[in-house]
Design a protein around this ligand. Structure first.
Ligand code: NCD
Ligand code: ZN
Length: 345
């Protein structure tokens, strides 16, 4: 049984870092684990322009611990009105991708896209420039069961989008279903997916074990065990279409433990440890490095990292709670013992 695991330093291809006090509290956790991270633009107000993305990048860099080499990779928030020239400006300024939130699908998505056809000018520009489209793949209509929203999105929106923009590089973000894993596996070289650690580790029972457990609530919501198994199989398959994206989404404890609790699991503090646990559970630790360190930069057309990190099989207990500005935050699995630990260097 492997006792240590040495990997090229991974990147996080989907993270929420927020802003202000929350940013200052969470960014050291991501920077301690990853070389780079794709930073989601769903701030209040959303990051819809290049100027906003560059200003946000500076705030992130200012919040990093002294000497950190961590690189934030910036994204724009797509709206019905994003002009093609904004896409060109973003591309020229090093923004790596554009995020499509269906309006109303998740946290801070009110300004999102109401119909994909409204974004065709932007998508044409992205396809021509080779800029990536990141998709929150859930339909929003209330008459579709919450647990079916991702699978319905594939048939209703992703298949037509793929047909209309065959060369556009699309990342289906935080996939949660067998349908999504199967779709991505056969969709060709321009389609990939991120998978979170929590969707690899937990099924929907985790939301209700012994009472409602709001820290396990995220969007897309955890699914049945057959879906978790399909995600594990995809992640551990070695296919370069699947890569690491934590979707670590910090919300203050009092907003999670609430009558209408916010969606999002906070995993940045122990992301690699959680992924190692998931891959270990299916004896696939040898597939972790490709998933965590190679497939993401290859799909984004960015260089792979060169330094290494080491994970040790050594149990440790995650803190139950951490400060988040004036508030607090509970990491997913807080207070529990994890089997792997990232060694600091
Ligand atoms: C994310 C957030 O809180 O910003 N929440 C979540 O449950 N994943 C938004 C998102 O990625 O859907
Ligand atoms: Zn997210």
């Amino acid at each position: 049984m492997a006792e240590t695991l040495s990997l090229i330093r991974p990147d996080d291809w989907h993270v929420h870092l927020r802003d202000g006090d929350a940013l200052a509290a969470v960014v050291p956790h991501t920077a301690a684990q990853f070389a780079r991270a794709v930073v989601m633009p769903n701030l209040k107000p959303p990051v819809t322009t290049t100027a906003q993305a560059l200003a946000y990048k500076q705030r992130i860099q200012a919040a990093l611990p002294a000497g950190s080499l961590f690189q934030p990779l910036m994204t724009l928030y797509l709206t019905d009105h994003t002009p093609a020239d904004e896409i060109h400006r973003a591309h020229d300024s090093g923004v790596v991708a554009v995020k499509l939130y269906p309006a109303g699908a998740t946290t801070n998505s009110h300004a999102g896209v109401t119909a994909i056809k409204h974004t065709f000018k932007a998508l044409e520009a992205m396809q021509a420039l080779g800029m990536l489209l990141l998709v929150h793949g859930e339909v929003t209509s209330r008459d579709i069961d919450l647990f079916d929203r991702e699978a319905v999105f594939i048939d209703k929106h992703l298949v037509p989008l793929r047909r209309d923009f065959p060369q556009l590089n699309i990342v289906f973000e935080h996939i949660t279903t067998r349908e999504a894993a199967q779709y991505v596996a056969q969709a060709g070289a321009h389609t990939a997916a991120t998978i979170t650690a929590h969707h690899l580790l937990f099924n929907r029972n985790a939301l209700f074990l012994g009472g409602v457990r709001p820290h396990y609530y995220c969007l897309p919501v955890l699914k049945r065990e057959i879906h978790r198994q399909a995600l594990l199989q995809a992640a551990a398959s070695g296919s370069n279409r699947f890569f690491l994206g934590t979707d670590s989404a910090p919300h203050a404890t009092h907003l999670k433990e609430h009558a209408s609790g916010c969606a999002g699991c906070y995993t940045a503090l122990s992301a690699l440890e959680l992924y190692a646990q998931a891959f270990d559970s299916v004896n696939a630790l040898d597939k972790l490095e490709g998933f965590a360190s190679f497939h993401g930069p290859d799909f984004y057309g960015l260089p792979r990292n060169t330094e290494r990190v080491v994970l040790k099989r050594q149990s440790w207990t995650l803190p139950e709670s951490l400060p988040l500005g004036e508030a607090s935050i509970k990491p997913l699995c807080g207070g529990e013992t994890l089997a792997w630990q990232l060694q600091s260097n």
